[in-house]
Design a protein around this ligand. Structure first.
Ligand SMILES: [Zn+2]
Ligand SMILES: [Zn+2]
Length: 91
């Protein structure tokens, strides 16, 4: 399931490793369960996406969501700890 808060998040297809945003995906209505699946525009896999780190160039899986000075971030553990460390040092 996706929500409007995910519009800026980057996703990776677990089938072909395509990466992109919700707006770039196709949709596939599932009337039986009253859902809409997101479909990969490259390989056609439905509902096979993982969120990836929003740090530019980083494609690790998202493990953390947190508020930064620039807005809500979703990052891998590595980039979460980098930000936490730099914040701790400045305080
Ligand atoms: Zn794909
Ligand atoms: Zn990262």
């Amino acid at each position: 399931m996706t929500t409007t808060s995910d519009a800026a998040a980057t996703w990776r297809c677990t089938e072909c490793r395509w990466t992109g945003r919700i707006a770039q995906m196709e949709t596939l209505p599932n009337t039986k369960h009253d859902l809409v699946y997101q479909v990969c525009p490259l390989c056609g896999a439905a509902d096979h996406f993982m969120l990836i780190c929003d740090e530019p160039g980083c494609e690790l899986d998202v493990t953390c969501g947190w508020n930064s000075s620039g807005g809500y971030r979703r990052t891998c553990g590595k980039h979460f700890h980098l930000k936490v460390d730099s914040h701790d040092r400045s305080s």
